[in-house]
Design a protein around this ligand. Structure first.
Ligand SMILES: [Ca+2]
Length: 181
């Protein structure tokens, strides 16, 4: 679950990563070491990337960490945010647990949440989002490479069923089921 809040006068977008529920276990311990990476994309290119802290050995991390991007109002219809929940590994590559996307060009809830944020400036608006598996061998997760190939359309994301990792428990409204291709 995360909230979005936009201040048009300051051109400041605040995404607060609140928490995750029922994440996939990536480690042999039966747990993961999740952190959340947020990429600011502009027409398919990654402009900025920010991360939360790592929560060790949990499938239900709570963050309450704010991630801030400066985006002028006139650019708001060109950008989107890619939210990746990652498993930290001390040895080897960190793995993607799941992703979701918000922006005018996102699908379903990702677009609705974005539009709700724009409709209610200065108000933090929180929603649960289902995670989907990223397709394409980490093209979105690559450090400094691979973002060129990201077309910014839903074709690079595989929309899976509701078994993905966020659920709708808690006080926030249930997410709509993800669109199927
Ligand atoms: Ca790990």
């Amino acid at each position: 679950m995360f909230s979005l809040c936009y201040l048009p006068t300051a051109g400041r977008l605040t995404l607060t990563v609140i928490k995750c529920r029922n994440l996939k276990a990536m480690d042999i311990t039966g747990y993961s070491d999740p952190y959340v990476k947020v990429s600011l994309l502009c027409e398919g290119r990654r402009l900025k990337k920010k991360k939360t802290t790592i929560k060790k050995n949990t499938l239900n991390p709570t963050y309450n960490e704010a991630i801030i991007f400066d985006i002028p109002p006139e650019n708001m219809d060109q950008v989107s945010l890619l939210i990746s929940v990652m498993d930290y590994d001390r040895v080897g590559h960190n793995e993607i647990i799941g992703v979701c996307r918000v922006g005018v060009n996102a699908e379903g809830l990702g677009r609705d949440h974005w539009n709700e944020m724009l409709a209610y400036p200065r108000k933090p608006i929180a929603h649960w989002h289902p995670l989907v598996e990223a397709v394409g061998e980490g093209t979105l997760a690559g450090e400094g490479s691979g973002c060129e190939g990201y077309s910014g359309t839903s074709s690079t994301l595989l929309w899976q069923g509701r078994t993905a990792s966020f659920d709708s428990q808690g006080s926030c409204p249930s997410p709509k089921p993800p669109a199927t291709p």
